[in-house]
Design a protein around this ligand. Sequence first.
Ligand code: HMG
Ligand code: MG
Length: 302
Amino acid sequence: MGNWPKHVTIKEVGPRDGLQNEKTAIATEDKIAWINQLSKTGLTYIEITSFVHPKWIPQLADALDVAAGIERAPGVTYAALVPNQKGLENALTTQVDEISVFMSASETHNQKNINKSISDTYPVLTAVVQEAKRAKKTVRGYLSTVFGCPYEGEVSIEQVAAISERLFEMGVDELSLGDTIGVATPRQVEAVLNSLLKRFPKEKLSMHFHDTRGTALANVLLSLEMGITTFDSSLGGLGGCPYAPGASGNVATDDLLYMLHGMDIATGIDAGRLTEAALFIQNKIGRALNSHYLQTVDPCLS
Ligand code: HMG
Ligand code: MG
């Protein structure tokens, strides 16, 4: 029996990471209805949208309307992704509780994703973090391509550790380590976490696995055994990064929940309500979603 925690926090990123990569346009009112459903599942964290340039991510061009339209449930943290000062300005006109900044561990992905070199990104994010803190928001940092880059291949653990250090120095409250293109295996997760856990407390790290090659749950299990208790996921396995060719969705929240509950690890999430929310968005997207769990559910329930 592994050394597993008693409780895990699941951060639902489907409305942002999921929908940013979907070809089907989802109406703003449907996004709002879906987020409101998610708020009633027991999830304590939902990343609802991103304040990036609409030309780059047209799927989330309605960020302001989504953020303004949702019903805020007590006990739920509502977060939004922000790349720069302009995005923060927009985010701060809404009621979001948390700001997520992001950059990559590899130069080419950083350039393709946010149109800047890594070194030019530091001052931009430093200013965003400072201003978000002044506005009394918590700040999450994302580091992408931690386990491999679609353009450069292998990414060194030293580089990952050095950029993580910079993000913590800026003041991020938590760092999410992204397997953007779903290449990681448990062995690599162990190597990266061995290095990072020597420098940062485990409570400040979370894992963000995409499931492109079917290794995400194995990577979650290994991370659990190394003491990590926060995981990002997308309901139904929606998602990907449009600036990472071949990247598919995040580990599915419903698959993750099934595994955790089966291991007697509490999440506070109601599987039945979560399934209803999954069927709702599947219906709006108009194709079967990727999660395994959802394939066991009768779609006529929706
Ligand atoms: P840029 O073109 O370099 O921006 O884009 P700029 O600063 O040169 O400004 C150009 C114009 O854009 C200006 O307008 C700005 O006002 C406007 P103009 O004066 O020409 O009329 N502008 C904006 N408008 C709206 N919102 C903004 C904004 N910023 C500037 N925030 C930028 C730079 C970062 C904006 C662009 O590259 C961008 O939006 N990139 C977003 C890419 C993205 O969202 N990728 C997916 C999310 S990351 C991810 O999925 C990975 C993650 O899940 C973890 C993992 O899996 O690894 C987090
Ligand atoms: Mg992602």
